[in-house]
Design a protein around this ligand. Structure first.
Ligand code: ADP
Length: 540
């Protein structure tokens, strides 16, 4: 027997309709790419999104067409997402930090018909334009006064483009399962892979993320997403903020410590989210200038492991740190470290120990860890295995690919290795490709790296497995020193000793000028392993 409730589709237009009707005057503040801080609100975002949708339809865009955006976090970019999805089309966020050839490959693979681009990235696209045959038109996200001279095909300033219609438009009716967004993973090996979100997956994921144990958003909140709309679906914030009526502060192109601090303070932000690199720049600024934030309560950090020292410093400033984990394929958030009542009495180091873990899964995410043969492992905080996930906002396949990506039980293998403790807290020990297999046992490269960066002379650390005749592989620590410092290998190893099992300690240390990174700023261990492939360990 079916229930007798209304069939109200979970589509993205409902979010902005709600925000405009209940929280219409709630602000959306932007540090614009042109320079000044500008102010809009949800009613205006909706009005202008309707113009975008109407203008796209006039342009001949049909449901299912892909529209690329190559843009910073701004109100215009937000309007574009709602306008594109409201016309039944698909926003395709292009990450400008990818290598130019990858950007061209992605736009071509997605067959984007229109590209909306920030002023910053116009030269990048001009250099690639020959390789983008599917693109019929470029919309530069600015007004006529700031429109640059450009040879980009049919280029027009965004304000002029939407100014050609009046916004008298009704959102297109779409199925809640229809595709809404497309985001490619950076793909450290091989081509990037397209993750295709639906209206329904975005709505459900954003509702789960707005909840108190996650972003904790309410109409009185004010959130600043440092995490870009172009990386992993903005961790849901483009939807969960309007959905709750939270004030939204968009930082534009300036993500340095001073600029982020200034906006956090002047707009009285209560919650913010971003990757560890951004937070270390903010911390450096706060320490150097001896400044404190007066309104910030919650700082979400994820994308790569947050170092313990970072968590400790923010907590000492009275800012609660929520360590999160996820990936593009999961919309992207898969776990977040709020404190459950069973742990409510913890203080000091014991509390920080929990915050160093990546947290527990919110509603809509199911997790398991398994051994190599696929057998489930216990949640005892010690057994580590492949982390697999399931849920309505987890990818079931990649865009334009026939390769199956789910196991027989419908779980997606995240490529991460993790433990889960009795309280459900997951802790990433490694990426499965990076874990070091020594004598049949696994050593976590991440744990050793976190330990090494705790040394006062170390700027950055990477640990990789190097071939060993007896053990198969043994860990090699590679570090870059802080400016003006020259730590000795023995001292580094002595510093680490006693903090992990003895057989985990690296067999050797190499000091280098720079470590290789991927386009999204993560350590490029593929390159590093190539570089040290022939390295002979002293123990070998
Ligand atoms: P890209 O590789 O394009 O940056 P993702 O953002 O999807 O793609 O990266 C997801 C991966 O990042 C995860 O599978 C995991 O390995 C890593 N990751 C994300 N958050 C954390 C975290 N808090 N701690 C450790 N690793 C993390």
């Amino acid at each position: 027997m079916l229930g007798l409730m209304q069939d109200w589709p979970l589509v993205i237009s409902k979010i902005i309709d709600y925000a405009a009707s209940q929280h219409g005057s709630r602000e959306v503040v932007t540090r614009s790419v042109e320079g000044p801080v500008t102010r809009s609100d949800y009613a205006s975002v909706r009005r202008r999104a309707l113009q975008v949708a109407q203008r796209l339809v006039r342009e001949g865009i049909s449901p299912g067409d892909r529209i690329a955006t190559l843009a910073w976090n701004t109100a215009r970019h937000l309007e574009a997402w709602y306008g594109i999805t409201g016309a039944g089309a698909i926003y395709h966020t292009v990450n400008p930090r990818l290598f130019p050839e990858q950007i061209a490959w992605i736009i071509d693979h997605a067959q984007d018909r229109i590209v909306l681009v920030d002023l910053t990235f116009v030269p990048l696209l001009e250099a690639l334009a020959d390789k983008l045959p599917t693109v019929e038109r470029y919309i530069v996200l600015t007004d006529a006064a700031h429109m640059p001279e450009t040879k980009l095909r049919n280029a027009i300033a965004y304000e002029q483009w939407i100014g050609e219609v009046d916004g008298d438009f009704r959102w297109l009716d779409v199925d809640e399962r229809a595709a809404a967004g497309l985001c490619y993973t950076s793909g450290t090996t091989g081509h990037p892979k397209g993750v295709l979100y639906s209206h329904r997956s975005n709505v459900l994921h954003s509702m789960a993320l707005a909840a108190p144990d996650a972003l904790g958003l309410a109409s009185r909140s004010c959130i600043l997403p440092v995490v870009p709309l172009f990386h992993a679906n903005s961790w849901s914030i483009a939807f969960s903020a309007p959905m709750t009526g939270a004030k939204l502060v968009m930082p534009g192109a300036r993500l340095d410590g001073a600029s982020v601090f200034e906006l956090l303070e002047s707009e009285q932000v209560t919650c913010t989210a971003g990757v560890p690199t951004v937070w270390s720049m903010l911390l450096q600024y706060m320490e150097a200038e001896q400044r404190r934030l007066s309104s910030l309560q919650r700082l979400v950090v994820g994308g790569s492991a947050a170092p313990r020292s970072m968590i400790e410093k923010f907590e000492a400033y009275g800012i609660e740190v929520f360590h999160a984990w996820g990936m593009t394929e999961m919309s992207p958030v898969g776990s977040i470290g709020s404190i459950k009542p069973a742990l409510g009495a913890l203080r000091g180091d014991a509390l920080i120990d929990v915050k160093c873990k990546q947290g527990f899964a919110p509603f809509t995410v199911e997790m398991k860890i398994t051994d190599e043969t696929g057998r489930p492992l216990p949640w005892d905080g010690k057994s580590f295995g492949r982390l697999k996930v399931k849920g309505p906002a987890v990818a079931s396949a990649y865009y334009r690919s026939d390769d199956p990506i789910l196991d027989e039980a419908g779980y997606f293998d995240t490529g991460d290795v993790a433990t889960i403790d009795t309280n459900g807290y997951m802790s990433i020990t490694d990426r499965s490709k990076d874990v070091i297999k020594s004598g049949g046992e696994w050593i976590s490269s991440i744990e050793l790296e976190n330990l090494a960066v705790g040394h006062p002379d170390v700027a950055e650390a990477a640990v990789i497995g190097v071939a060993h005749p007896k053990w198969g592989e043994r860990p090699l620590l590679v570090i870059t020193p802080k400016p003006g410092r020259s730590p000795r290998s023995e001292d580094l190893l002595a510093f680490m000793s006693g903090k992990v099992a003895r057989w985990w300690l690296p067999d050797d240390v190499q000091i280098v000028e720079a470590l290789p990174h991927t386009a999204t700023g993560k350590l490029d261990k593929v390159k590093l392993r190539e570089r040290f492939r022939a390295h002979r360990l002293p123990s070998a």
